[in-house]
Design a protein around this ligand. Structure first.
Ligand SMILES: [Zn+2]
Length: 200
């Protein structure tokens, strides 16, 4: 159930008994978003299962993604892994929506190039773990599509403007900054792999 910001804070603190779920401290607590609220769009991700009570020290570790989403969920007793619909539920994510591969490397997500995210990942010493593979967000049939059957996923709350913005947000910065010099791309599973990288 989507909560308001106030309800979210209260419900998260109450479930965690007003203590940091990692160390048990009781002062200056934050109701931390396990998956960043900006990734949830206008909804803000104010779900109880997307929140955990953290002290300042562990809040910073969580924002730096040194403390993983899985560790935080486990500490808070959350068994339901909530992620936004446009991301893949079978992949590990860090707080900022970057995909974590089995070998620990990460793929750049939609907020990777955000200034504040860059800063916090740098502080956490995480930037060197990123590689240049790109995985697109899940694609939806849009409500105004004529090809939708009853088995298809339809993005109900998604307007055409949201769609355009989300694609632009994902693809443009990655293309502009990292793939500009690449002429050819190999397409596989909606994943773009620059040839230069692939041959390594
Ligand atoms: Zn703590």
């Amino acid at each position: 159930m989507l909560l308001t910001r106030k309800q979210f804070r209260e419900a998260v603190f109450k479930r965690d008994r007003y203590r940091c779920v990692i160390c048990g401290k009781e002062d200056n607590l934050d109701a931390h978003h396990i998956i960043e609220r900006r990734i949830w769009g206008d909804l803000g991700g104010y779900y109880l299962d997307n929140g955990a009570t953290l002290c300042p020290e562990h809040h910073i570790k969580a924002e730096q993604t040194v403390l993983s989403c899985e560790e935080i969920r486990k500490a808070a007793g959350i068994t339901n892994t909530l992620i936004p619909d446009h991301l893949y539920s079978d992949t590990r994510l860090d707080k900022w929506g970057n995909i974590i591969l089995a070998d620990g490397r990460r793929l750049k997500g939609e907020l990777f190039f955000d200034e504040s995210v860059q800063k916090i990942l740098k502080e956490g010493g995480i930037l060197s773990q990123f590689c240049n593979y790109v995985k697109y967000p899940r694609t939806f049939h849009l409500p105004f599509s004529s090809k939708v059957t009853k088995d298809d996923r339809v993005a109900n709350s998604f307007s055409y403007v949201d769609f355009k913005n989300s694609i632009a947000k994902w693809v443009n910065p990655i293309f502009k900054s990292k793939l500009k010099e690449e002429d050819t791309f190999r397409w596989r599973y909606r994943t773009i792999i620059p040839n230069k990288l692939k041959s390594k």
